[in-house]
Design a protein around this ligand. Structure first.
Ligand code: FES
Length: 152
């Protein structure tokens, strides 16, 4: 049986009917067509599905959507302001913070949270905070450079 839930997604209030077992990741990708958030492992190991809930990063594959009544959710689609990319998006482009790009939305959402939560005081601290976001192409040094640039 579906449950009625009101979520604020990228600044837009949405009344939704959701089955209790549906994850936030599947809700975003399949019900709302917000496919910028990626599914890598679907069990909390890769970080590709990272979004913000009330400003804090979460793995959307581990979060049931029905538990988020009244919460503000930000996905990669919600970072840019009109035509202006978010500074973290600009920095990833400038520093080549990706190759295939599959992990990039999650990396960028984690990078924004890294700075916001005060974990970008050194490269080592950034690497530690970002350790849950796996990049198969090994773009790690460039990702750290991008985050350090936005921090400074
Ligand atoms: Fe959520 Fe991998 S898809 S952590």
């Amino acid at each position: 049986e579906k449950v009625r839930v009101t979520l604020n997604i990228n600044g837009e209030k949405q009344k939704l009917y959701i089955e209790p077992r549906v994850t936030l990741l599947d809700l975003l990708r399949e019900q709302l067509q917000l496919s910028g958030t990626k599914k890598g492992c679907d069990y909390g190991q890769c970080g590709a599905c990272t979004v913000h809930v009330d400003g804090e990063r979460v793995n959307s594959c581990l979060t049931f959507a029905v538990m988020l009544e009244g919460k503000e959710i930000t996905t990669i689609e919600g970072l840019a302001k009109g035509d202006a990319l978010h500074p973290m998006q600009e920095a990833f482009i400038k520093h080549d913070g990706f190759q295939c790009g599959y992990c990039t939305p999650g990396q960028i959402m984690s990078g924004v949270a890294c700075i916001r939560e005060g974990h970008a005081n050194s490269e080592a601290e950034v690497r530690e905070y970002m350790s849950g976001n796996i990049c198969r192409c090994g773009a790690y040094p460039n990702i750290v450079n991008a985050i350090m640039e936005v921090k400074n």
